[in-house]
Design a protein around this ligand. Structure first.
Ligand code: AMP
Ligand code: ZN
Length: 110
């Protein structure tokens, strides 16, 4: 599949890695929207939140469990977790990912 984040997960395209285990990869966003901006992706391909099912939800739970680990590693206590689903919501890469944003005051959502 021609998917940018699958290629990053496979090591075919380089990234600035922050954390990795068998199921998840976290790396710095190439175009940061905050002083700390890290992306968390499952190594399996899911199109977005719309692809989460009871059968694959464990990987999503695992990804969320990695947030406190990476936040501690980066020394941030206050952060926002975002996943854009669909073009109107701002999703530009069609592989499930969660943004960790920190290091500045984050305004109201919307
Ligand atoms: P979204 O717009 O919510 O789909 O998020 C996709 C994010 O991926 C954007 O914040 C981009 O800056 C980021 N991005 C795109 N290409 C790369 C890349 N090669 N390495 C790291 N981040 C990327
Ligand atoms: Zn993919």
């Amino acid at each position: 599949m021609d998917c940018l984040f699958c290629k990053i997960a496979a090591g075919e395209i380089p990234c600035k890695k922050v954390y990795e285990d068998e199921q998840v990869l976290a790396f710095y966003d190439i175009d940061p929207k905050a002083p700390v901006h890290v992306l968390f992706i499952p190594k399996i391909h899911l199109d977005g939140v719309r692809d989460i099912t009871p059968e694959n939800a464990a990987v999503v739970g695992h990804i969320l469990s990695v947030f406190p680990v990476v936040a501690a590693q980066l020394g941030v206590t206050d952060y926002r977790v975002v996943s854009n689903n669909g073009a109107q919501a701002g999703q530009s890469v069609q592989h499930l990912h969660f943004h960790l944003l920190a290091g500045r005051t984050l305004g109201e959502m919307g």
